[in-house]
Design a protein around this ligand. Structure first.
Ligand code: NAP
Length: 246
């Protein structure tokens, strides 16, 4: 069977990794690859590797050395660098590049979404607000010294961090329920939420609760990702296609 390199780091990617055939290939087991920032699973039939490859050139070498036959990109929609590298390296190694491209969230009636492209856009849109909830990952932690005097930030991310007098850090991992999000909004009276457009259901409850409470949401637009030879928005369809390859 074709040896698969599965680029992961998301819940969807882990579900795909768990469903890969445990028999592996004559060249070795399938490989699940992580940047190495989060939890590393120790219960997979596939080999697990962590850490960067050294750019597109390093990834090309890896694909050839490990006799990989198919690259499957199931990384986060904001992980644009590894996706670009994977597309380039697959082309260089003459391999197919498949990608799971999770559908973006769309605004619904009652939503007040405000769009921006980067951190500077976020800061500018944030100016009128006092009690933001950041759900972007760790990036706000780099700006704790620049919090305006009229703001008290709440930053939810995977890092345990002490925060400071103007910022509390909630070290939490999704999925997040509606009830949990309502309790959090009640406790801290957020007046704005800052979010990526991650798509999927694991972290979407905050958008529903923001709509219920007429709280605006600042959305960081998705980066541009490379075209893939095959794209799937449903992990089940991707898995089905993987089962048909020789
Ligand atoms: P990135 O900016 O696309 O990747 C940076 C570098 O990390 C890559 O060039 C690569 O290093 C290495 N890398 C990333 N994913 C890898 C993987 N699966 N296997 C091996 N190496 C990998 O992505 P990021 O730094 O992970 O995250 C960018 C944004 O996406 C952040 O805002 C983050 O919060 C969000 N995000 C990412 C993930 C994810 O699955 N990566 C999950 C949740 C959220 P080399 O160039 O050395 O190969």
């Amino acid at each position: 069977m074709t040896r698969i390199l599965l680029l992961g780091g998301t819940g969807d990617a882990l579900r795909i990794a768990r469903a890969l055939p445990s028999t592996g290939t004559s060249d070795g087991p399938h490989v699940y690859s992580l940047a190495g920032l989060g939890k590393v699973p120790d219960d997979l039939a596939s080999a697990v590797r962590t850490g960067g490859f050294g750019g597109a050139a390093g990834l090309t070498r890896y694909l050839l050395d490990e006799r990989i036959g198919l690259v499957v990109d199931a990384t986060h929609p904001y992980a644009a660098q590894i996706s670009a590298n994977a597309a380039t390296a697959s082309r260089s190694a003459n391999l197919p590049y498949w990608a799971l491209r999770r559908a973006a969230w769309q605004p619904r009636a009652g939503d007040d979404w405000r769009w921006c492209d980067d951190w500077y856009g976020i800061v500018s849109l944030l100016e009128p607000f006092a009690r933001p909830l950041f759900t972007l990952g760790r990036e706000p932690l780099a700006h704790l010294d620049a919090i305006p005097a009229h703001q008290q930030w709440t930053i939810r991310c995977l890092d345990a961090h002490p925060g400071n007098a103007r910022a509390r850090v909630l070290d939490a991992r999704g999925p997040f329920s509606h009830e949990g999000e309502r309790t959090l909004f009640d406790r801290h009276a957020f007046d704005v939420v800052i979010s990526k457009n991650s798509g999927g259901s694991a972290t979407s409850a905050k958008l529903d609760v923001a709509r219920e409470r007429s709280v605006p949401v600042i959305i960081l637009r998705r980066p541009t990702l490379p075209a893939a030879d095959r794209e799937f928005d449903d992990p089940a369809d991707l898995l089905h296609a993987l089962r048909t390859i020789p």
